[in-house]
Ligand binder design. Structure first.
Ligand code: T3D
Length: 259
């Protein structure tokens, strides 16, 4: 199966899913979210697949929501967008018993960062950067970031990353436990495929390990995803969000007013 915005390949029990809008750093459009949901469902139902490997085309992993579709005339309801387009993806990645590995090949920002964090493991290239970019455009965290990030790095570091929106490079990501391993950009595809195949060949219990940790750490995920959507609906109606998007598209720093 191969679509325009998502590429899909199967090899040795691994479903390799590549976000494929490199000209926009693999930012999400509705079409891309829809294709991703379809492909994840198909991979989840395929008994031969035991591991998902998610990566990006070109120089980025994923820059989150495509902000070109978020001007005041086009933005619509951000709460509805999250409930229909992002939350089902995050819930699927966590709830499948298949192990999900992200090969973070470049920048992962906003919902793109939280997509990577919702995976079970991350292997990063030296070029990778993780950015909780929401605050930079006047938004609150979504796609599970408010729930998963503090569980990965602790409350204090999570608040720092969410409130300041500064990039975390690959070395720092390894140090704070965001990623399992860092390799060179050239090594990433093989290193990630190798790790994915090892997971795909693991015992029946690896799915049970995931279920156990989900139950211990993530049992309220769905209600937090819904709460994030509620908060993003408020943020999406703010003047600061309109300014944040305008500033990004005009390639300048935003001037926020707190409104
Ligand atoms: O439904 C909803 O709206 C709610 C859900 C929200 C979830 C979210 O994800 S909100 C957060 C959205 N994402 C961001 O705020 C990140 C925006 N991007 C950036 O901050 C930067 O592009 C990066 C830090 C990711 C990378 O910077 P850099 O300097 O390496 O690249 P660049 O020059 O900024 O971007 C390269 C091109 O990609 C550029 O296009 P151009 O000028 O060459 O034609 C840029 O506009 C485009 N691009 C990057 N990110 C996005 C994007 N285009 C649309 N949307 C993007 N998110």
């Amino acid at each position: 199966m191969s679509n325009e915005t998502i590429l899909y390949e199967k090899q040795n029990g691994v479903a390799k899913i590549t976000l494929n809008r490199p000209q926009a750093l693999n930012a999400f459009t509705s079409e891309m979210n829809g294709e991703l949901q379809e492909i994840l469902k198909a991979a989840d139902e395929d008994k031969k697949i035991r591991c998902f490997l998610i990566t990006g085309s070109g120089r980025a992993f994923c820059a989150g929501q495509d902000l070109k579709g978020r001007t005041p005339e086009k933005k619509g309801s951000l709460g509805e967008s999250l409930r229909a387009r992002y939350n089902p993806v995050i819930a699927r990645l966590r709830r499948t018993e298949k192990i999900v590995l992200a090969a973070v090949n470049g920048v992962a920002a906003g919902a793109g960062c939280n997509l990577a964090l919702a995976c079970d493991l991350r292997i990063a290239s030296e070029e990778a950067k993780f950015i909780q970019a929401f605050v930079r455009v006047g938004l609150a965290p979504d796609s599970g970031g408010s729930f998963i990030l503090p569980r990965l790095v602790g409350l204090s570091k999570a608040m720092e990353l969410l409130l300041l929106g500064e990039p975390v490079d690959a070395g720092e990501a390894l140090r704070i436990g965001l990623v399992a391993k860092v390799v060179s950009a050239g090594e990433l595809p093989n290193a990630a495929q190798e790790m994915a195949e090892r997971l795909a060949q693991g015992p029946r219990s690896i799915g049970l390990i995931k279920r156990a940790v989900n139950r211990a750490m993530l049992s309220d995920l769905e209600s937090q995803l819904d709460y994030e959507a509620y908060l993003q609906e408020i943020a999406g109606k703010s003047a600061d969000y309109d300014e944040g998007v305008r500033a990004f598209l005009e390639k300048r720093a935003p001037v926020f007013t707190g409104k």
